[in-house]
Design a protein around this ligand. Structure first.
Ligand code: NAD
Ligand code: MG
Length: 394
């Protein structure tokens, strides 16, 4: 068995650390070529001491200089910085596998670099695919990259479909995808209660421990909206063939329905090490350090329809996919700006969808004919969203 050599983009984050936890259990299978982080040089330094990568990258020059000082006595690790450094390690000849776990639009360029270099790309960074949809999938087809979904729902769907028909579910007899959602921490809140929830409450997810941005997305259901779009691209399908099922236990990670009435599901504890290990070792199975599922302790499963009145973000995402072109990139950018403002205490929770809707209304949809177009619409949407936030807070 030859060792897989990894670049982990976003190594200090929730997914990055879970990936390294799986890697740590299998020194015979995995070696680490590069680790990257945004600003937390001290956290990346600790990881570099343990995993001894050949390269470490920080998003900013300043943070890279700090990391270099911290790694004074680790000569084998070269320190790079910025987007160029991230794209370098994502496409380097030395790495055959790239974990794309940077949060948000910042992950698009390095993830795309890995795709274009034909790597096995483990996709956690859903925003990259949501923003660039068809262009991203075309790049995968052109380079022959092996794109494996890490988002737990998409990994579940992947596991419930024959691998040769992943991009053609109809040929496999698939009639529907049942995308499960936990419903987030505010599933039972009334619209009035939702108005003034705090960032700390929004980040306290009942089942999963995740980064702040995706935690807020789970609370607004925008995470499910982004996942709906992600599923359409990954499995070459449309929103009408996908039905969101709120399943508060978060044990069934999604399901696939077939023409003969069979419904296949993937179950497991809510622990991202399971889909991560699945992607790292695919098509083999390895220990992920996850406790066995105890269905007697869980006892019951529940299912509800999502409430689009209290959680309009899910419908906004479906609309953006229908509108096509640059609309999903605009949706994503407006959401990133609104979530950031909410986390800083500058926007009410219930105003997150308001900002997204106004930004979408103010931005013309154009064909997504190049990555430059995507990036320029992303920047324009961010400007609109900031203006709208300023108007709400005066
Ligand atoms: P996180 O906030 O915990 O970690 C993000 C990582 O990205 C960190 O290492 C950070 O340093 C890095 N980063 C942030 N901004 C950067 C920038 N501008 N340039 C370079 N690096 C930057 O986030 P997370 O929860 O690990 O999520 C990562 C991605 O995985 C997101 O796209 C999220 O939607 C997706 N995802 C996460 C989970 C989960 O359980 N956490 C589940 C499914 C999908
Ligand atoms: Mg998910």
């Amino acid at each position: 068995m030859s060792k897989r050599c990894l670049t982990i983009l976003g190594a200090t984050g929730s997914i990055g650390l879970s990936t390294l936890d799986v890697v740590r259990r299998h020194p015979d299978r995995f070696a680490v070529y590069a680790l990257t982080a945004g600003t937390r040089a001290d956290e990346l330094a600790v990881l570099c001491r343990e995993f001894r990568p050949s390269v470490a990258v920080m998003a900013s020059q300043e943070a890279a200089e700090r990391l270099e000082r911290l790694l004074d006595d680790v000569p084998e690790t070269r320190v790079l910085s910025g987007k160029a450094g991230l794209c370098d390690v994502a496409s380097a000849r030395e790495a055959d596998t790239v974990m794309a776990a940077i949060v948000g639009a910042a992950g698009l360029s390095p993830t795309l670099a890995a795709v274009r270099a034909g790597k096995r790309v483990l996709l956690a960074n859903k925003e990259a695919l949501v923003m660039s949809g068809r262009l991203f999938m075309d790049a995968v087809a052109e380079s022959g990259a092996e794109l494996l979904p890490i988002d737990s729902e998409h990994n579940a769907i992947f596991q419930c479909m024959p691998p040769e028909h992943i991009r053609d579910p109809r040929a496999a007899g698939v009639t529907r995808i049942l995308l499960t959602a936990s419903g987030g921490p505010f599933r039972e809140h009334t619209a009035a209660q939702l108005r003034d929830v705090s960032p700390a409450e929004a980040c306290k997810h009942p089942n999963w421990s995740m980064g702040q941005k995706i935690s807020v997305d789970s609370a607004t259901l925008m995470n499910k909206g982004l996942e709906l779009i992600e599923a359409c691209w990954l499995f070459n399908t449309t929103p009408e063939k996908i039905e969101v099922h709120v399943h508060p236990e978060s044990i069934i990670h999604s399901m696939v329905e077939y023409a003969d009435g069979s419904v296949l599901a993937q179950l497991g504890s809510p622990d991202m090490r399971t889909p991560i290990a699945n992607g790292l070792a695919w098509p083999e199975r390895i220990d992920a350090g996850v406790a066995p599922l105890d269905l007697f302790a869980i006892g019951r499963f529940h299912f509800e329809k999502p409430d689009l009145h209290r959680f309009p973000c899910l419908a906004l995402a479906a609309d953006a996919f229908e509108a096509g072109g640059t609309a999903p990139a605009v949706l994503n950018a407006a959401n990133e700006v609104a979530v950031e403002a909410f986390l800083r205490g500058c926007l009410r929770f219930a105003d997150i969808p308001v900002i997204i809707e106004r930004t979408m209304a103010a931005t013309t949809v154009v064909p997504a004919d190049s990555f430059d177009t995507i990036f320029s619409r992303d920047a324009e949407a961010r400007r609109h969203a900031r203006e709208q936030i300023a108007l709400l807070t005066v």
